[in-house]
Every structure is written in C-alpha cells, then in structure tokens.
Unconditional design. Structure first.
Ligand code: ZN
Length: 115
C-alpha cells in the first residue's frame, strides 16, 4: 500500500466553513440499515480526491459523523457505496468528524465506528 503524505492542506483539517471542494455522489450504503451517503470530494486547493462517508441516525441527536480518505485516480472507479468502508479502513489514515465526535475533525486509522 502506498503511503499517503499529509501536506497540511485545509482539506485535512476541515472546519465547518471549508467549502473548497467539488463533490459528486457515489450513492447510499444500506449496510446494517445505515443509509450512509457516499460522495467523492475533490479539494480545489490541492486537487486531491477524497471518499467521503457520512452517516446519521435520525432518532439519535448528535449522531452525525463522517469519515473521509484520499483515493487515487486509479482506484476511484473501484469504489462503490458498499466497499467504501472497507476502503477507508485499509488506508494509512483518514480524517473524521461530525457532532458525534464533538464537531472537531481529527486523524484516525483502522476500524470505523459506525453502528
Ligand atoms: Zn486540499
């Protein structure tokens, strides 16, 4: 697996006003009834492409959480809503955040906390 360098771009520590990206939908992951929204976000500042995985339980307040990890142009066509979690968990590092984690974005690795 290739190491992904951290370059200090805003996309690695996104605040709620970070909007410097283009997004396109991949679809919904229905695994375990999660209905997670899977999108591609390309950062306008560094041009890197992220897989963004967002999940929220309607009945539970402050449950919104997201994970995103960098994907290469080569791997991007292989990402589906159903394998996005596996892809993120295979990375060296990803970024996560959302109300569930107190709103601050942070770096993580390994298993995603989803259910
Ligand atoms: Zn960036």
């Amino acid at each position: 697996m290739n190491k992904i360098p951290k370059i200090g771009c805003l996309c690695e520590k996104p605040t709620s006003d970070y909007t410097e990206y283009r997004s396109s939908e991949i679809g919904i992951d229905h695994t375990n009834g999660r209905n997670a929204e899977v999108t591609i976000q390309q950062c306008k500042l560094c041009q890197r492409i992220w897989i963004h995985y967002f999940v929220e339980s309607e009945n539970i307040s402050s449950s919104a959480r997201w994970y995103k990890g960098i994907v290469s142009k080569k791997d991007r066509p292989n990402i589906t809503p159903e394998n996005a979690v596996e892809f993120l968990e295979s990375l060296d590092w990803y970024v996560y955040g959302g109300d569930f984690f107190g709103g601050e974005a942070a770096f993580g690795e390994g298993k995603l906390n989803l259910d």
